[in-house]
Design a protein around this ligand. Structure first.
Ligand SMILES: O=C(O)C[C@H]1C=CC(=O)O1
Length: 92
């Protein structure tokens, strides 16, 4: 099952900058683990925003929720999830 997820990051105003950098480091490591196993297929920066559009390929709503909730930035992001279906004009 494929999903488009838009994530918008809302950095806390009062966090120690080093702590924030450590969260960003863990975020990258966590996300890339799911890129390597094929569940996190694309991530694109939205120009001009601290936000992305991502494509996930997972088994269920529950699996997607578990992955999204595990992002170290989860407490600092707004997420919008859209389920995707195959388009009849798609070549593959
Ligand atoms: O858009 C961002 O930078 C936040 C983020 C969410 C997943 C990821 O790898 O980075």
């Amino acid at each position: 099952m494929k999903y488009m997820v838009q994530m918008t990051v809302n950095p806390p105003k009062d966090m120690d900058p080093q702590e924030w950098q450590e969260i960003l480091r863990r975020e990258k490591e966590y996300g890339q683990a799911f890129m390597k196993n094929g569940k996190f297929q694309h991530i694109w920066r939205i120009v001009g925003e601290f936000a992305n559009v991502s494509i996930f390929d997972v088994e269920s709503n529950d699996e997607l929720h578990t992955i999204l909730a595990g992002f170290p930035l989860f407490p600092y992001m707004d997420m919008n999830v859209t389920a995707l279906a195959k388009h009849p004009s798609a070549l593959n």
